[in-house]
Design a binder for this molecule. Structure first.
Ligand code: ZN
Length: 138
C-alpha cells in the first residue's frame, strides 16, 4: 500500500472565506500516483472547516447567512469562550460545517457525485492555517 501526505497552506485576507480547493487536491492525487484508494482532506485548525458542496456563489452566501443566524460573530461578549479570544463563533460554525471529507479514489481520479466540489471554509482568518491531505491506496 502507498501512502501520501501533504499540507496545503492558506492565509485568508478576511475573517471568513470559502476557498475552492478541488484543483489542489487533484494535484496531490496526481503527485501520489495512487489509482485506487481513499483521500482524506481535513482542516488542521478548530476554527476552519473542509466540506463538499456545490460551487455556486448564492449557496455560499446562504451558508454564511445561515451560520451567522446559528452563531452570530457579535457581540463577542455573548460567548463564555471569548475571554482573551474573540473567535467562539468560529469554533461553533466549524462544528456545524465539519472537520474533514473523505473521497474515494477510482482509476486515478476523485470519485465525486454530481456537482461535488471540495472547499476550505476559513472561519477565523487573517493568519496562516493548514489543511492536511492524506491519500492511501495503490
Ligand atoms: Zn478560540
Amino acid at each position: 500500500m502507498k501512502s501520501y501526505r501533504k499540507e496545503l497552506w492558506f492565509n485568508a485576507s478576511r475573517r471568513r472565506e470559502i476557498i475552492h480547493i478541488t484543483p489542489q487536491v487533484e494535484e496531490c492525487l496526481r503527485e501520489s500516483g495512487i489509482r485506487e484508494g481513499l483521500c482524506l482532506v481535513n482542516a488542521m485548525h478548530i476554527t476552519a472547516s473542509v466540506f463538499i458542496n456545490d460551487n455556486e456563489s448564492g449557496l455560499h452566501s446562504d451558508f454564511e447567512r445561515w451560520l451567522e443566524k446559528l452563531a452570530p460573530e457579535k457581540p463577542y461578549s455573548q460567548y463564555a469562550h471569548n475571554g482573551y479570544e474573540d473567535n467562539a463563533d468560529a469554533h461553533l460554525k466549524r462544528t456545524v460545517m465539519g472537520r474533514e471529507v473523505v473521497v474515494a479514489v477510482t482509476e486515478g481520479k476523485l470519485d465525486f457525485g454530481p456537482w461535488e466540489t471540495i472547499f476550505y471554509y476559513e472561519l477565523d482568518g487573517k493568519r496562516e492555517k493548514r489543511v492536511l491531505v492524506k491519500i492511501i491506496g495503490e
